[in-house]
Design a protein around this ligand. Structure first.
Ligand code: NAD
Ligand code: ISE
Length: 333
């Protein structure tokens, strides 16, 4: 079956996902795109022979669209995800699922009423081969029960529009999801401490450590550093009762010369997670062809939102903030 896809939001990641759908993956056709910047939508649509819409809801209701990708700005996600559920169409939504907990709960309610999963959230690390191996090691029991997950999320720089809270809601959100997924448990409380400011970031609260206490008593500690210049660097290690599992360096070769050895570090998230994004969309298409969704769910989107809210409060108050989640609907068991 060919899944006919409509993409809402033709900015940076929207165009990258359109490239992977049209040039890397099979079993789909991007038939429509939409953006409030109609000129941009026209250009992107023109290059792939798709229809262009300025109204995302009209794209969702196009009877020729089987499944929807939402890559517009975060505050617009709720409207489009709800419209896709109302239309009964599988929807891939880039993170965040929505920008408030209440909006995430409205999406969960709508999906639960629909009775079947339709929503997949763009936490691409769950599709990364190295993270998947890390999870396999934990689940195998080889290293015993996890005690501490250390995550490192370093960006070389961020645009002037990036705010201190974004280090939590836009950046650490990936590590938060990764911790829940790897340790297979929810977050109980969050604290945030900031180091001396990196002078490259001006007034930005950067770098920070987000410390999460998990239900079992395990700890997840996330370093977020967004002006570190040297590269886009992602690290992870789980220290458990009888062993440790660590993400290896990504470089394919190392160069030894002049008494030193060198390896490449990736430049940005597009390069670091290129294969993960491909697998993420391959699995999304397979599920969409069956009229459903897979991987990170609306529940995971809600969990991320509630933890990032707690993180923002912890950062501004300097307090340890408890996380209290609603009861998980059976649909997400
Ligand atoms: P962007 O600003 O480059 O693109 C967003 C596009 O959405 C713009 O073209 C804008 O005109 C359009 N848009 C805004 N409101 C709209 C609306 N109501 N209807 C239709 N189009 C609308 O942003 P981006 O960097 O591509 O980010 C988009 C989303 O992807 C964000 O939610 C962001 O958090 C997420 N993202 C995820 C990752 C990841 O690693 N998974 C990386 C980058 C961005
Ligand atoms: C961006 O939105 C992403 O999602 C990237 O994965 C992350 O590394 C970056 O910090 C965010 O701004």
């Amino acid at each position: 079956m060919t899944v006919k896809v409509g993409v809402i939001g033709t900015g940076m990641i929207g165009q990258d996902h359109i490239r992977r759908l049209t040039q890397v993956l099979t079993g789909n056709k991007v038939v429509a795109v939409s953006d409030i910047n109609k000129e941009q939508a026209d250009t992107v649509a023109g290059a792939i022979g798709a229809r262009a819409y300025s109204d995302g809801v009209a794209l969702i209701n196009d009877s020729d669209v089987d499944a929807v990708v939402v890559t517009s700005w975060g505050p617009t996600h709720e409207e489009y995800v709800l419209a896709a559920i109302a239309a009964g169409k599988p929807v891939f939504c880039e993170k965040p699922l929505a920008t408030t907990q209440e909006a995430c709960l409205r999406i969960i309610d709508a999906e639960v009423k629909h009775g079947k999963r339709l929503v997949q959230v763009g936490f691409m690390r769950r599709f990364d081969a190295a993270y998947r191996q890390m999870k396999e090691v934990v689940e195998s029991g080889r290293i015993g029960a996890p005690l501490i997950f250390k995550s490192v999320h370093r960006n070389p720089s961020v645009p002037p529009s990036y705010t201190s809270d974004m280090a939590i809601v836009d950046t650490a959100v990936h590590d938060i999801d990764t911790a829940r997924w790897l340790l297979d448990e929810e977050v109980k409380a969050v604290s945030v401490v900031a180091a001396r400011k990196n002078s490259r970031g001006g007034e930005l609260r950067d770098p920070i450590i987000v410390l999460m206490e998990m239900e079992s008593g395990a700890i997840a500690d996330i370093e977020v550093s967004v002006n570190i210049d040297y590269a886009y660097d992602i690290g992870g290690e789980i220290s458990a009762e009888t062993g440790v599992v660590t993400l290896a360096e990504r470089n394919r070769v190392t160069v030894k010369s002049g008494g030193e050895f060198h390896g490449k570090v990736t430049a940005d998230w597009k390069e670091r997670f290129v294969e993960a994004f491909d697998v993420e969309f391959k699995e999304w298409l397979e599920a969409a062809a069956k009229g459903t969704a897979t991987g990170p769910s609306a529940w995971d989107g809600y969990a991320a939102a509630i933890v990032t809210d707690a993180g923002v409060e912890a950062a501004s108050t300097g307090s340890r903030i408890k996380v209290e989640m609603k009861e998980k609907p059976a649909l997400y068991a």
